[in-house]
Design a protein around this ligand. Structure first.
Ligand code: ATP
Ligand code: MG
Length: 443
């Protein structure tokens, strides 16, 4: 048997994961869990409620929602046909369109606005590098049905509170207003004329977008174009009084909260759906993957996806980038702790041992079992070594002696001043309760 399996193993090619789609392993996964718990508590404080939409949506949702001439729709989406009925489907590259689709489909706005948040994987076919992956986790907040700058401000303050809470440093806020469609139209004409006057400086990407999406040219990362782009007509100069009042309203709330920002007139976002407020939280510490969170207002997306016109605003953060940056500020030790490690010296005791461990776990004790098997149970010494390595505070010794008298030995592993004690099993649960009152347990 063994040799046959071995022979087969040699022939089989080892399968690997997909490029740009990473496994998240312990202990790193504990950091993400810690962060997600922080986010959940934060969202609750701002009255945002969780929404979970599928990772697959119909392709037209993104093409219509995000805009045809965007990086995402042009070249980053994972599109495929449903094998059975040929439906064009796409792995979601972002979640706003899906949230909006769900809100319309379930008539969620019938009794007023909704504040929602999501967490989950997004998919974009990009060139993988640090901070840029093909599957990556985003956390996002969306406020649907609210038009005022107060909700824009609240969303931005909420993100800033999150940075504060996890000790994120060196992240700055940039703001801009993209105005309303007629204002953009006027600016667009001026922008096209300006770029036409500098066509010698435009790169291929810019030339391609000159008439389809000239605003995106402002967002170019090409150093040769920076100077020319910096002199381009500014959208802010084309805003009417209503749009300006919205922008001023937002800034007044941020000022009152002493949240620093800079107005970046060239800040545009990757999706076409934005209007009025746009913003990004940026760091210089992550190279060209410096945007940790971005968002803005998208008052026309809901009707574009077939819903009743309704204003909306939101942001999304990249979990990898936020945590990468948080690491440099020093993250707390979030390793999953262990209260006890169960040492078992003979396999016949297992039914009793597992019954007792279940009782301990039911009252919140975190306990790891040393599994049976000739090798595993061979020596007490080896088991103690494992107990020590596990990081547990106590070893629980279920020896032959102990089991005969229905007792367990509790041995402190970290505090040599504490004596080792043999206790009746019945007392063990009381001991567990004392563990809790000693605040040794973190649930
Ligand atoms: P970038 O300009 O870096 O490509 P983006 O404008 O495409 O970012 P958004 O679509 O606004 O990003 O997504 C919000 C956040 O999600 C980004 O600020 C970033 O933190 C994160 N993010 C976006 N794309 C990726 C990716 N491929 N891998 C990891 N994180 C990403
Ligand atoms: Mg991108």
């Amino acid at each position: 048997m063994m040799s046959e399996a071995g022979a087969v193993k040699n022939k089989v090619e080892r399968l690997t994961g997909v490029k740009g789609m990473n496994d998240l392993l312990p202990p790193d996964s504990a950091v993400v869990e810690w962060f997600e718990a922080k986010v959940r508590a934060l969202m609750a404080r701002y009255a945002y409620r969780n929404i979970r939409t599928p990772v697959v949506e119909r392709t037209p949702l993104f093409v219509r929602g995000l805009g045809e001439v965007t990086d995402i729709v042009e070249k980053e989406m994972y599109c495929f046909e449903d094998r059975l009925n040929g439906d064009p489907l796409t792995l979601r590259p972002e979640a706003t369109a899906g949230v909006v689709r769900a809100a319309i489909e379930h008539n969620m706005l019938y009794d007023g606005g909704k504040r929602l948040y999501y967490m989950g994987p997004m998919f974009r076919h990009e060139r993988p590098q640090k901070g840029r992956y093909r599957q990556f986790d985003q956390i996002g907040a969306e406020a649907l049905g609210f038009s005022g700058p107060d909700v824009d401000a609240e969303l931005i303050l909420m993100a800033a509170a999150l940075w504060q809470e996890i000790g994120l440093q060196d992240v700055r806020l940039e703001l801009n207003s993209l105005g309303q469609p007629p204002e953009r139209q006027a600016h667009r004409q001026a922008l096209i004329s300006y770029f036409e006057g500098h066509s010698d400086l435009l790169d291929e990407d810019a030339k391609r977008r000159l008439y389809s999406n000239p605003l995106r040219i402002l967002d170019t990362k090409n150093p040769q174009m920076q100077e020319m782009v910096a002199q381009a007509p500014k959208l802010l100069d084309y805003l009417g009084p209503v749009s300006l009042a919205h922008f001023e309203g937002l800034k007044a709330i941020l000022d009152a909260n002493k949240l620093a920002y800079t107005v970046n007139p060239r800040l545009v976002r990757g999706m076409d759906y934005y209007n009025l407020t746009v913003f990004e939280f940026i760091t210089d510490q992550l190279g060209s993957q410096g945007t940790v969170c971005g968002g803005g207002r998208y008052d026309y997306l809901i009707e574009q996806v077939g819903g009743k016109p309704s204003p909306a605003v939101g942001w999304a953060l990249g979990v990898d980038r936020v945590l990468e940056l948080a690491k440099s500020g020093g993250l707390p030790d979030v390793a999953v702790g262990l209260d006890a490690y169960a040492i078992v010296t003979h396999a016949q005791a297992m039914p009793d041992v597992l019954r007792i461990l279940e009782q301990l776990r039911a009252v919140g004790v975190r306990v790891q079992l040393n599994p049976a098997g000739a090798e595993a149970m061979a020596s007490m010494k080896a088991q103690f070594k494992r107990a020590d390595a596990s990081g547990a505070t106590y070893a629980l010794i279920f020896g032959e002696d102990e089991m005969a008298t229905n007792e367990v030995t509790v041995k402190p592993l970290r505090d040599s001043a504490q004596p080792q004690r043999r206790r009746p099993v019945a007392e063990l649960l009381q001991w567990a309760a004392s563990l809790q009152s000693n605040a040794l347990m973190h649930t």
